[in-house]
Ligand binder design. Structure first.
Ligand code: G6P
Length: 360
């Protein structure tokens, strides 16, 4: 059956709005009869057998992998490396004694990722694919699959698949950590429920993000996204969204790296969007915002309830600090959407890009 936009002007906006529903579907799909999170035993066993995990992916899925690394290391205590598939293929890092490979791919058809999968299978290693498409190539050719349950994603710029990937990675991390007997100090079912509600609040606040786009981006030739720790990973995704659909040159930077080069790019009115959702770095990211503001940047702080300061442009609802990417990305998706819309860009089908890239 053909997917319809319904009352939405674009698939991207529809898919952004579907995120709360997708969260609830994922919680349901990964629960057992007693309301506990579960994944297939053979997957947990493969995770526990591994001494190191290698996440391999491209584009937005790679950005979800960066968040996944933090979730897995913190909840399951297994070291994780995250690699771009197109680099990994010809420049393979030294592997640990017992690696497990995790491929993240919305489509399950990306050629760069598949090339790595074929290689590591030939080397005799096990692979898990996290994908939105049951029966896709990467799912069939891997040993195990975890599904995203996000429903078809039509817009070229990935939105609901990114948050679904992070949620499934969180569940994988949680179930692995729990079966390992690690003290996983989080009630994930409850926290993901809070996330779904927070997502709804953000989807209802579209005008706020339309306003930010209108204020900061109409005349922008570039835009920077800064953050520290997990906010840095989300900033990379925010920058990618903006590049993909509005064609504004955008980059994500770690707050602490500004002084080592990037700050040279700051001019009068350069837009700098900062995420401040992490208590441990709240002071230092705000210091970075001051540094760029002093040099003329137009700064926009998106913080979280409990960490906010006067002057913050938007305050996200409070959620568990490991799960903030699931909600902090939504303003960035919407800012990119409205920036592209105002510039008259083809939001759903940006120039030069394809939804699924099946050539290396
Ligand atoms: C293409 C899409 C991106 C996507 C990337 C990886 O470049 O335009 O949005 O993130 O492929 O796709 P995958 O299906 O493997 O997640």
């Amino acid at each position: 059956t053909e997917i319809e936009k319904g009352t939405y002007p674009h698939f991207m906006l529809k898919e952004i709005d579907e995120q709360p529903l997708v969260m609830r579907k994922i919680i349901q799909a990964y629960q057992d009869g007693n309301g506990n999170l579960k994944i297939e035993d053979e997957i947990t066993k493969a995770m526990l057998d591994a001494d190191r995990l290698y996440i391999v992916a491209c584009g937005t899925s790679y950005h979800a992998g960066l968040v996944g690394k933090q979730l897995i290391e913190k909840m399951a205590g297994i070291p994780v490396e995250v690699h771009l598939a197109s680099e990994f293929g010809y420049n393979m890092p030294l592997l640990s004694a017992k690696p497990l490979f995790i491929f993240i791919s919305q489509s399950g058809e990306t050629a760069d990722s598949r090339a790595v999968l074929i290689k590591v299978k030939e080397m005799g290693y096990k692979a898990l694919t996290i994908t939105n498409v049951p029966g896709s190539t990467l799912s069939r050719e891997a040993d195990f699959t975890l599904l995203l349950h996000a429903g078809p994603e039509i817009a070229v710029a990935s939105t609901k698949a990114y948050t679904a990937q992070i949620a499934v990675l969180a569940i994988l991390a949680f179930v692995t950590g729990t079966s390992k007997g690690a003290s996983v100090n989080i009630n994930l079912v409850k926290e993901l429920g809070i996330i779904a509600n927070a997502m709804e609040t953000l989807c209802d606040a579209k005008e706020e993000f339309e306003q930010i786009a209108a204020e900061y981006l109409p005349a922008a030739i570039n835009c920077f996204f800064i953050g520290r720790s997990i906010d840095h990973s989300v900033g990379l995704e925010g920058a990618l969204k903006l590049k993909e659909i509005s064609y504004i040159q955008a980059e994500g930077f770690a707050g602490g790296e500004l002084k080592h080069g990037t700050i040279a790019l700051i001019e009068k009115q350069t837009p700098v969007i900062a995420l401040a959702t992490q208590a441990g770095v709240n002071g230092s990211i705000r210091a970075n915002v001051k540094e760029v503001a002093t040099r003329g940047a137009s700064t926009c702080i998106i913080s979280m309830k409990g960490l906010e300061t006067e002057g913050d442009r938007f305050v996200l609802p409070a959620v568990h600090e490991l799960l903030t990417p699931l909600i902090s990305v939504i303003p960035l998706q919407l800012i990119a959407y409205y920036a592209a819309l105002h510039r008259g860009c083809d939001v759903d089908k940006p120039r030069n890009l394809a939804k699924s890239v099946t050539v290396e």
